[in-house]
Design a binder for this molecule. Sequence first.
Ligand code: CUK
Ligand code: CUA
Length: 644
Amino acid sequence: MKGLAIKATATLLATVIGAGAACAAESLQDVVKRRNLTQQDLLAAAKTYTPSGGRDEFLAFSSGGQSGQMLVYGVPSMRILKYIGVFTPEPWQGYGYDEESKKVLAGGRIDGKDITWGDTHHPAISETNGEYDGQFLFINDKSNPRLAVLDLRDFETKQIVVNPIMKSEHGGAFVTPNTEYVIEASQYASPLENQKFHPLEEFNEKYRGAITYWKFDREAGLLKADQSFSLELPPYSQDLSDAGKLGSDGWSFTNSFCTERYVGGIEKGRPPYEAGCSAKDTDYMHVINWRKAAEIAKDDKNVKVINDHRVIPMEVAIREGILFLIPEPKSPHGVDVTPDGKYIVVAGKLDTHVSVYSFDKIMAAVKAQRFESKDPYGIPVIGMKDALHTQVQLGLGPLHTQFDSKQCIAYTSLYVDSMVAKWNFCEGKLLDKLAIHYNIGHLMTMEGDTTKPKGKYLVALNKLSIDRFNPVGPLHPQNHQLIDISNDKMQLLYDMPLPLGEPHYVVGIDASKLKPAVRYKVGTNSRTDEQHPGKVRAGEEKVVRNGNKVEVYGTLIRSHITPETIEVEQGDEVTIFLTNLERAQDETHGFTVSTYNVHASVEPGKTVSVKFTADKEGVYPYYCTEFCSALHLEMQGYLLVKPK
Ligand code: CUK
Ligand code: CUA
């Protein structure tokens, strides 16, 4: 018997070793052959593969498009690290399911309505001296004109504000070089009083565009409505913006389309929008002296107060010389100031050229009062030829431009061609083109919209993925393609499906600039950064009853929820405050009560609360929703709701 057992073991061992040896013997060549890889593939893999436990050099903050969220991924690995709830509830973080985050979302209520989604377009990282400082992130909602502030110490949304005079916006969020202001430009003109009705026949007189400069208080980490102001603009569809930098600091630039001021109405026998908005050859770039505007806006004489918000009327802006227009190629998308602050790059979707405007030439025209005309509202128009540095033919459907660490090098997306063009904006020369897959919108280079771009990588944000991934039904993911830009020729490295929405824009930051916290100071309300009145220490847990209001002051620590039972009466309003007493990294506990639609994510040190009316008698288990220890399942309790 014994001999047999030994023999069997030996055979088994031989098999295991044999199989192991065969496995170890699989060479790189074998894998290359088996997976049908090319030399280029191997190079791309080597450039993107991040060994287990390795970190990325850059972090990208992507708009989540229609999801109303943000997502964070690493570059060059393209690994998704986090979703962040912004305009939309996000259950993992308890966002919209605990009381503290509900207050943040309530800042985005419009006319008393909860708006539980957002059409996010352009994230912006806070800047100091024109460089990313890694402190805050701003993101806009195009559909319901709102801006949100995220704190990059904990990657949480802290504030949502509603634009007081707009009904839609697209030209946000863009920051001035020291984050003095966050720019938000309207998209579709509407009456600024926006509670009032005006028929489309009054479009030219009563409908207006606007650009809002939201004052950012860095100390408080909040946008300050009472120190913010707007400029009234003609009813053109204002579009993207960018702030001047270095020599052009103090100025900002905003595109527009449909300066025809066309309004549709097929039932009235008029051509459709896209035809009516393409009658002219050019639209207008708006050139605004925001620094002087900020001064002017402080004086009551210079502003109209609309919905408690200070608005500089067009006639004041014209009189004070802070608003100018320059013709730009039809239906432009991006307006991007070069890292040296000297040029403004505009790409018109219906023109094959990019147009490079010279800030010095614009200032010379302004100084000499050299204008070619006025628009219908009396705004001085600088001649296009007087302001142009150069125009470069790149291809079909140019949209957005980003910059390299190498001098004068820019990259522009070509939507119709499905290509990225590399070109020199100083000399006006096309250098290289690369096919992408497919229909690129924005593109992003590392810190590529700052005064000191980092170069190295470019991400193409492609609208269509068509055949690039395994099919998952008629709604396809978008495709973010990583491109190596460190050499003369661009090299495509990697396709990443973006499964959350249409992420119009992404910003990439050197990861070493971010210093996220590991834990909160015990008892912190993470949404306000203040000590939470609901915090308790171990042993201080209590239940306080006041009439039909029951307040539970509880704690969480492996593997225990205190208190273990909560007894209330039917109809009681129950608030449960929870403090996570852990100090260890990544020891988050979650909390939910059956059927009451509450959830909290309680990271180490955080205090949160959930609130509900116990309107139905019964027995409701509550438990920790994060697998936090071997006794995680035992981290539970009962809410006992006694009948009245
Ligand atoms: S946008 Cu979508 S591709 Cu909103 Cu900046 Cu250009
Ligand atoms: Cu705490 Cu599971």
